[in-house]
Structures are given as structure tokens and as C-alpha cells.
Design a protein around this ligand. Structure first.
Ligand code: FES
Length: 254
């Protein structure tokens, strides 16, 4: 098949960006979208031109690094699919495809399609972990967890931190990402000792970098792991409860 790619090129954060158009023929419909970029880059290198910079690591939908806006949609046209798992057969022969980096103030552009998503790391650093010494892995049957709770925690833990939720949101809010990272711990018994501190710190850190959620729901539609916005409601409930709990704890401390 043949495709025409229009790709955002920008040599660095301060450089002037522009769209460049590339015609590619003999594209296999079994190629992934990243393999299409591999082919493009081989051709650019052979011509002595700069290859297109893009992030990738696992190419299995696990690491969340293959972040691209494809025809105005994070990760492209297929629902529940990361860019690395999107195949060219999803596009028509002769398709004209526009590819851009994530556009969000909290994700400054590094080069071409690569953005700096370290604002996500700041959120996780502020509470996305358990500090209690847990020893070696216990027998799975020693801590009984209702199946519905375990399933829900696993659904939240599916977040790969790609940033599609932020890129899709008109407010550049990171509530879906933060909710997933808070709730996969707050739902489980192991997450209870730091539950209120965790949600307070992670939401407060999120608000330093990202916009506010106004319930558009674009994040859920764009998420390659189809994480539900119900987790945002659960996080908000925990955040509000935490404010009362913190006040009570503070008054008890005198
Ligand atoms: S390269 Fe890892 S999720 Fe796509």
C-alpha cells in the first residue's frame, strides 16, 4: 500500500517547528505504525537527512512511550490500542496521515515527536507506592481480597502512563492518569496505611502541572488501556474524605 505522512518536525524545544510531508510506497499492511516510521527513517538516513525522533521501547503496549497524535487522535484511530500495536491495515491504501507530538503545557517538546513526560514522574514520586516493609511475597491466599476489588485494582493498574489522557483533554488534565495511579493502591488492603496521605499528595502535585478536569470524558476514549473515568470519581471521593481525615488527625495531634 501507499501512504502520505505529514509529520511534525522540530529540531529542539526552542527551534521553529513545521510539518514535512513524506510519500511512502510498498508499505506492508502487516507493519505496525512504528515500523512505518522505521522504514521512513531508514530512507531519510540513506538520503543523508535527519531521521524523525520518536519514543518507543517495548513495542508491545506495555511501556507507554510510543506517544503520537495520529490524525488528531492519541495513538490513532483504533480504540484501546497503543501506537506500537496499531497496524497499517487499519488505514486505507493511499491514506494521508498527519502525525504530531502530544500537545500539552506540562509535556514540553524535546524533538520532533518526543515530549518530556516527567511531570507524570513527579506525581508518582509523591505517593504512588507503598512504604510499609512487606517482606517477601506472601502466599496469595493469606490476604483475602474480594474479586470485585481485585479486578478493579487491576483495571486501574493497567495504566501505562503514556499521556494520551492529557493529550486528548481540552484542559490538559491528568486526572485519569493520577486516578489510576492512586486507586490501584487505595483499593487494596496493602494501600490502606498511606491511603489519605497518598491521594492528597498525588492530587496536589498533579494540580501543580496540569489543568483541571471538567468531565469531558475524552481521556477515557483515548486511553489505550480503556481505563474508566469512574476512577476519577473514586479518587475525588478519597481526596475529599482525606481532607476531613487530615483535619481530624491534625486536631488529635494538638
Ligand atoms: S512502545 Fe511500549 S507501549 Fe508502545
Amino acid at each position: 500500500m501507499k501512504v502520505t505522512l505529514t509529520v511534525w518536525r522540530q529540531a529542539g524545544p526552542a527551534a521553529q517547528g513545521r510539518f514535512e510531508t513524506y510519500e511512502l510506497d510498498e508499505v506492508s499492511e502487516d507493519m505496525s505504525f512504528l515500523e512505518l516510521f522505521d522504514v521512513l527513517n531508514e530512507r531519510l538516513i540513506a538520503k543523508g537527512e535527519e531521521p524523525v525522533a520518536f519514543d518507543h521501547d517495548c513495542r508491545e503496549g506495555i511501556c507507554g512511550s510510543c506517544s503520537m497524535m495520529i490524525d488528531g487522535r492519541p495513538h490513532g484511530p483504533e480504540l484501546g490500542t497503543a501506537t506500537c500495536q496499531l497496524h497499517m491495515r487499519k488505514f486505507a491504501d493511499g491514506a494521508k496521515i498527519t502525525v504530531e507530538p502530544w500537545r500539552a503545557g506540562a509535556f514540553p517538546l524535546v524533538r520532533d515527536l518526543v515530549v518530556d513526560r516527567s511531570a507524570f514522574d513527579r506525581i508518582v514520586e509523591s505517593g504512588g507506592y507503598i512504604t510499609a516493609p512487606t517482606g517477601s511475597a506472601p502466599d496469595g491466599n493469606l490476604i483475602l481480597i474480594p474479586k470485585a476489588v481485585a479486578d478493579s485494582a487491576m483495571d486501574a493498574a493497567a495504566c501505562i502512563g503514556c499521556g494520551a489522557c492529557v493529550a486528548a483533554c481540552p484542559n490538559s488534565a491528568a486526572n485519569l492518569f493520577t486516578a489510576a495511579k492512586v486507586m490501584h493502591l487505595n483499593l487494596l488492603p496493602q494501600g490502606q496505611p498511606e491511603r489519605w496521605e497518598r491521594v492528597t499528595n498525588m492530587v496536589d502535585t498533579m494540580e501543580q502541572f496540569f489543568g483541571s478536569c471538567t468531565n469531558h470524558g475524552e481521556c477515557e476514549a483515548a486511553c489505550p488501556k480503556e481505563i474508566s473515568i469512574d476512577f476519577i470519581a473514586l479518587m475525588n471521593r478519597d481526596y475529599i474524605k482525606a481532607q476531613f481525615k487530615q483535619r481530624r488527625l491534625a486536631s488529635q495531634r494538638g
